[in-house]
Design a protein around this ligand. Structure first.
Ligand code: C2E
Ligand code: MG
Ligand code: MG
Length: 439
């Protein structure tokens, strides 16, 4: 009779893995890390004790799908390590995964409740991917981590992915140090009120004063920052620094409205409200002066949850602005319900609007749509006076772009506010020959 392999603890599993590799040296030993995708939810729903019992049942079901000489271990959390021995080719490993999936198809009953378990699998092969147990396990875990990004069910270790993961880890460590040693700095780009020509506010845009690489823009590190735990302290720092500087600049431009960009990932973190509240409290800043910019694609990643978060922020009195509008899935149905106060038309439409009739028409339509919904419209990427005039003529409320000013450090903004023609000059609209004109 075919006996099922026992479920070993992590240490025993690793020592068996080491022993197996050392003794047999057999090529095409595949190590699989199987991970329960919804483990956090399970613990939340059932409690940790019932979660442990459930894990025990999952282990039994996996064991039942394996061959006697395969090795199974509980690695911790919702993860299991599986050593598949004697495979004729790596592809055959997928058959073993199918068998495990089948064994887990029926729901598992724990304390009278039924749980459905879905596993994700990361696979690594000996000796191609690594020649020792530790590294083989790490490779399989890397393959598993790649699944969260791709959303797939199983993946073999990919050397290129590993290089990306390595580079990301290095960058994240560097970023952590950068935050500690104050290498990150907020630059500020003014926003101009097209209807009266005055300064309507500023947007805070992060820069990294890198000791070797010089000034690095957000595209050089924000994607990695957004996907690591540093994003929460970073957002907290941004809010505090931006509001502190808005208050500092009050002597030149009273009541300057400050816009801070929010990443998709913080939108779903409960600490966000606390961070916003405490930053406002520290600088005694009226809440109406804070604008939070969230990209359309970030909002649409999980519209129901983001709606709840944004509603709470809007109830506090914060203005929510949809950034890069027109580049994501613009769900007009959601737009009606989202508690937003402002649409920011993406610069790709603005920068081409003088030459491209379709872009101009899109810009005009978004301005009308926003106004019909009672929202303000900001145009970003205004690089010429002609574009500013055209936008003013279309009734656009606010503009931002290199034509007015580039993003700059706080002190440069202070000087700009003192001397700029935009601080207290006549309205662009008044001067605009295109004002009110339809094309
Ligand atoms: P965004 O929020 O849409 O910011 C506008 C970007 O357009 C900025 O790029 C700005 O420098 C650039 N820009 C402004 N005017 C013009 C113009 O006339 N022409 C052109 N070609 N570009 C113009 P930047 O500073 O490189 O920021 C890029 C993106 O990085 C931002 O896009 C935002 O999504 C993100 N980002 C920047 N700072 C932060 C931050 O503190 N937190 C978060 N979460 N994201 C940030
Ligand atoms: Mg923005
Ligand atoms: Mg934008």
């Amino acid at each position: 009779m075919n006996a099922n392999p026992p479920v070993l603890d992590r240490a025993t599993f690793l020592s068996r893995l080491n022993g197996y590799i050392g003794q047999s040296g057999s090529p095409l030993t595949v190590l699989v890390v199987a991970d329960i995708r919804q483990m956090g939810l399970i613990n939340g729903r059932y409690g940790y004790e019932a979660g442990d019992r459930l894990l025990g049942r999952v282990g039994e079901r996996i064991a039942a799908a394996l061959r006697t000489d395969d090795v199974l271990g509980h690695l911790g959390g919702g993860s299991f390590g599986i050593l598949l021995t004697r495979l004729p080719s790596a592809d055959v490993a997928r058959l073993a995964l199918n068998k495990i999936d089948q064994a887990l198809e029926a729901p598992i009953s724990v304390d009278g409740r039924e749980a459905r378990i879905r596993l994700g699998y990361g696979l690594a092969c000996f000796p191609d991917d690594a020649s020792d147990a530790d590294r083989l396990l790490h490779r399989a875990e890397t393959a598993l981590a790649g699944l969260s990004a791709s959303g797939g069910h199983s993946a073999f270790f990919d050397k290129r992915l590993h290089e990306v993961v390595d580079a990301t880890n290095v960058l994240v460590t560097e970023l952590e140090q950068a935050m500690e040693s104050q290498q990150l700095e907020l630059y500020y780009q003014p926003k101009i009120d097209l209807q009266n020509g005055g300064v309507a506010g500023a947007e805070a845009l992060v820069r990294w004063n890198h000791p070797q690489r010089g000034l690095v823009g957000p595209f050089g590190f924000m994607p990695q920052m957004e996907n690591c735990p540093l994003i929460a302290p970073f957002t907290q720092w941004c809010l505090k620094a931006a509001l502190c500087n808005a208050v500092y600049l009050d002597c030149h431009c009273t009541g300057l409205r400050m816009a801070v960009n929010l990443s998709a990932n913080v939108l779903y973190q409960p600490e966000l409200f606390h961070h916003v509240e405490s930053a406002m409290a520290i600088w005694s800043m009226p809440v109406e002066r804070l604008v939070l910019e969230v990209t359309e694609s970030a909002m649409m990643r999980d519209p129901e949850s983001s709606m709840a978060t944004l509603r709470r922020l809007a109830e506090m009195g914060v203005t929510i602005s949809i950034d890069d509008f027109g580049t994501g899935y613009s769900s007009l149905a959601y737009l009606k319900h989202l508690p937003v106060g402002e649409l920011k038309i993406d610069k790709s439409f603005i920068m081409q609007m003088l030459e491209n009739a379709a872009d101009r028409q899109i810009v005009r339509s978004v301005i009308d749509l926003a106004h019909n919904l009672g929202l303000d419209v900001v145009a970003e990427g205004v690089e010429s006076e002609e574009t500013a005039r055209e936008l003013a003529g279309m009734g656009c409320d606010i503009a931002q772009g290199y034509f007015f000013a580039r993003p700059m450090p706080r002190d440069a903004l202070e000087a700009w506010l003192k001397s700029s023609e935009w601080s207290g000059r006549n309205s662009v609209q008044d001067e605009a020959p295109g004002n009110g004109k339809q094309d």
